[in-house]
Design a protein around this ligand. Structure first.
Ligand SMILES: [Zn+2]
Ligand SMILES: [Zn+2]
Length: 425
């Protein structure tokens, strides 16, 4: 990405130098701040590098970990926003497809990424829950993953049903890990609440209050959220058509993140929809850019954030122009890894520069050893002794002679005995 130095030659000084040089045609050095710009000394940079800045005790940092659509692309993951607070608390709002990779680039210990608030159950808003569940467990989470989300008009339409089904979907995955790795992080706790609750408190702890209210999107069930802490208010629509609750409870936001869908012509030209569908999806199911602007003009946040469109060179201008018809306040057109640092005085917007070739971040708790009792629990649950049948073990092609030295090497290097798991035959 391009980088802008935040410390530059003061404009006034530069103007004087240039003017003098121009008028007098003298020997004044008009090279741009040559005396201030060293080729060897570090300069302050105007981007965010994860884990390089402490949050002030009264500061909130929001990082976009997904700003895209259900139509997947490498350049943008689907909806996901991380909120980090100066008190150490962290919260994920939506966990759309592709966002788990963005989250891993932030290298935050997974024990701190244990709270996920889902606005609705479209794949682009919770499609990466499985990766956070399984991958987060493998990358050091030692506590259950906690999920908050709305119920539905019938139980099958609710968050609990979806998450329970996800865990069942991973039956083979989880049973196969039991007895091999520390399973403490491979638990999910679901906190389902009434989707019709109006500005109801769904979370309250450590000075943080999270509220939910109904959203209008697709069918009954979706909600929007606010997070309030230390005189700062974060608001997140998830997906919604403009509605009276967002107008009322989204007010006084320091940062208001609201969906702003792809403009209708692009839905036809780039997504291949027929015009009738494009008009319905782009204006009636979602919030069109013009309607996004109208909402923001009404609630007047300190920073309005538009997301849920593919932000390309040939779409951004159209989205911006359409928003501008109805809103001219502070605005961020979100893309992945956009970062907002918020205090009661300032809002600083930057991009993060992140590592892609990451491994596990530091652990909060050391990993426990594998426990065969975990496997026994799965055997009991499924009425089948979890493991290999004789049919499969009969297929083993013996390479003990090359594997045994790996155990001997570990025993030698780590100074304790690791017995080689001799096969019975
Ligand atoms: Zn949706
Ligand atoms: Zn969506």
């Amino acid at each position: 990405m391009s980088v802008r130095a935040s410390r530059v030659v003061p404009i006034a000084a530069l103007a004087v130098a240039l003017t003098v040089g121009y008028l007098v045609g003298s020997t004044v050095d008009t090279r741009l701040g040559a005396q201030d710009v060293s080729p060897t000394e570090a300069r302050e940079r105007d981007y965010y590098v994860p884990n390089s800045e402490d949050l002030a005790p009264d500061e909130m940092r929001v990082i976009a970990c997904g700003t895209g659509m259900p139509t997947t692309r490498a350049a943008q993951a689907a909806a996901c926003f991380l909120v980090e607070l100066g008190n150490g608390d962290k919260f994920l709002f939506d966990i759309g497809s592709g966002s788990a990779e963005r989250i891993s680039s932030l290298q935050i210990p997974y024990d701190y990424l244990d709270k996920v608030f889902i606005g609705h159950l479209h794949g682009d808003h919770f499609g990466a829950l499985g990766e956070l569940f399984i991958g987060g467990g493998l990358m050091g989470r030692s506590v259950p993953l906690r999920v908050w989300g709305p119920d539905g008009a019938v139980p099958e339409m609710g968050t609990k049903s979806a998450v329970d089904a996800m865990v069942e979907m991973y039956a083979w995955d989880l049973a196969g890990r039991a007895g091999l790795v520390d399973l403490r992080g491979f638990q999910v706790e679901v906190n389902e609440f009434d989707y019709r609750g109006v500005n109801q408190v769904v979370y309250e702890d450590n000075g943080v209050t999270i509220r939910a209210w109904p959203a209008i999107h697709s069918i009954d069930g979706p909600v929007s959220y606010s997070l309030e802490w230390n005189d700062l208010k974060f608001v997140f629509s998830s997906d919604t058509y403009p509605n009276k609750w967002f107008i009322e409870y989204g007010k006084d936001a320091d940062i208001a993140i609201h969906e702003c869908f792809v403009a209708v012509p692009a839905i036809v030209n780039k997504m291949g929809f027929d015009p009738e569908s494009a008009l319905l999806v782009g204006t009636q199911v979602h919030t069109a850019p013009e309607a996004f602007g109208r909402v923001m003009s009404e609630i007047q946040p300190r920073m309005a954030v538009a997301y849920h469109f593919f932000k390309d060179f040939d779409t951004t201008g159209d989205v911006y122009e359409r928003i501008s018809k109805t809103y001219n306040g502070p605005l961020s057109l979100a893309e992945d890894f956009m970062v907002w640092n918020i205090t009661t005085d300032t809002i600083r917007v930057r991009m993060a520069v992140v590592e892609e070739r990451t491994w596990s971040p530091p652990r909060v708790a050391p990993p426990g050893p594998p426990d065969m009792a975990d496997r026994d629990a799965f055997s009991e649950k499924y009425g089948w002794e979890v493991g290999y049948s004789e049919f499969i073990t009969d297929g083993v092609w013996n390479v003990d002679d090359v594997l045994r030295p790996i155990y001997e090497e570990a025993s030698r290097v780590l100074g304790r005995e690791f017995p080689y798991p001799e096969r019975s035959k």
